[in-house]
Design a protein around this ligand. Structure first.
Ligand SMILES: *Cc1c(COP(=O)(O)O)cnc(C)c1O
Length: 385
């Protein structure tokens, strides 16, 4: 439980997520020079602790940024004006990648899948045949729908071509498995405020050798702050190119220490367990899962609201009456989904409380529920998970 137990405010969004006390305390230390020896140790520790979570031996690049910043950076480094990218779009963040590509003047094509589904790796293979795409761009964990991309399969498809695979794992990394090197993911970008249990403000990128060659040969580099080559030079010295958000890196190191103390496999198993429990509990309350993809997220649970129940009202009521902040949608799914984070420090008691307040909310709104059914079903699922 990472929310303050003395507060009635429960942050249960799929990001930003509640930050553990230990991480918040770590951030409160004095600021040191971002070019001095004291901080160099923090940077090198952080990069080392990050690598197993990414499943990589790549240098890890850090930026003061939200997730979208490093999404943009990944495209701006690998591609230049007029270069062709193939964007897999099955939700809000795939659409965001498309908008970024458009704004950077790239020639982006989309392969779309229905929201809640994923683009099939076979469709990607078909589109890549005889094409000159420089990059295939995908979202690992589509937070708007709860669909998880099969990165192992995509990596195998893209790896057989000159294109590089660029992946947003902002809401996946640290909560669901990522094996960047084994799977052949060329660029992974992520951010601090989701499963990594930190406040918003830090973005990260991890770049494969194949992608570094593409970046080095990219004659159309139109970037400055986001220059991965400059970031790589700085990272080799335990620094960032520009002023480091020092407290944020201290926070990330502490959060990563917590992940490794618990054990990465145990952390991933906990995410699986709480997500399984929440899904079962929601189903018992009459909230079916929105997600239809073969792989379903363990970091964000997306329920479809049944006809006649306005999701926006459920979100508002949970907040106003039960201090519980969950996500709805501000896109084409507005009013139709409830999105709850099961990532970061989320534990079983969090989802029990979620289900209790969800049940009360549904009852308050005049929706028929069987009292205790949600928590009961969750307990059954947790015992088996
Ligand atoms: C949260 C999130 C982002 C980043 O959003 P920011 O608000 O820019 O931090 C990007 N992609 C996915 C899949 C996300 O869940």
């Amino acid at each position: 439980m990472t929310n303050d137990p003395t507060s009635s405010y429960r942050l249960r969004l799929p990001g930003p997520t509640a930050v553990p006390e230990r991480v918040r305390q770590a951030m409160a230390g004095p600021i040191v020079s971002h070019r001095g020896p004291e901080f160099k140790e923090v940077m090198t520790d952080t990069a080392e602790l990050m690598q197993p979570i990414l499943g990589t031996s790549n240098q890890v690049l850090l930026f003061g940024s939200s997730g979208t910043g490093v999404m943009e950076a990944s495209l701006a480094n690998v591609l230049g004006e007029g270069d062709k990218a193939l964007v897999l779009s099955n939700g809000q963040f795939g659409e965001r990648f498309l908008s970024i590509a458009e704004n950077l003047g790239l020639a982006a094509d989309a392969i779309e899948a229905a929201w809640g589904q994923t683009v099939s790796p076979d469709a990607v293979a078909y589109r890549l045949e005889g094409s000159d795409y420089r990059a295939v761009v995908a979202v690992h964990n589509e937070s708007s729908t709860g669909a998880v991309a099969d990165l192992a399969a995509l990596g195998a498809v893209v790896g057989a071509t000159p294109a590089v695979l660029v992946v947003d794992s902002v809401s996946g990394l640290g909560g669901i498995e990522m094996r960047q090197d084994d799977w052949g993911v060329d660029v992974v970008v992520s951010a601090s405020q989701k499963a990594l249990m930190c406040p918003p403000g830090l973005g990260l990128a991890s770049v494969s050798d194949k992608a570094w060659k593409v970046i080095e040969d990219n004659g159309k580099r139109g970037r400055f702050y986001w220059d991965f080559l400059r970031a790589r030079d700085a990272a080799a010295k335990g620094q960032t190119a520009f002023t480091t958000p020092v407290s944020m890196v201290v926070a990330l190191r502490e959060a990563l220490r917590m992940i490794h103390e618990e054990g990465l496999p145990e952390v991933l198993a906990r995410h699986r367990r709480v997500a399984t429990g929440l899904r079962a509990g929601g189903a018992a309350l009459g909230l079916p899962l929105f997600t239809k993809a073969p792989m379903i997220s363990n970091t964000v649970t997306v329920f479809a609201t049944p006809d006649g129940l306005d999701g926006t009202e459920v979100v508002r009521h949970l907040y106003e009456h039960y201090g519980t902040v969950i996500g709805g949608a501000r896109n084409q799914l507005k009013g139709k989904v409830l999105r709850i984070g099961t990532m970061g420090g989320c534990v079983e008691t969090d989802i029990r409380e979620d289900l209790l307040y969800l049940e009360r909310t549904l009852e308050d709104l005049g929706w028929p529920v069987e009292r205790g059914a949600g928590v009961g079903a969750a307990e059954e699922a947790l015992l088996q998970a």
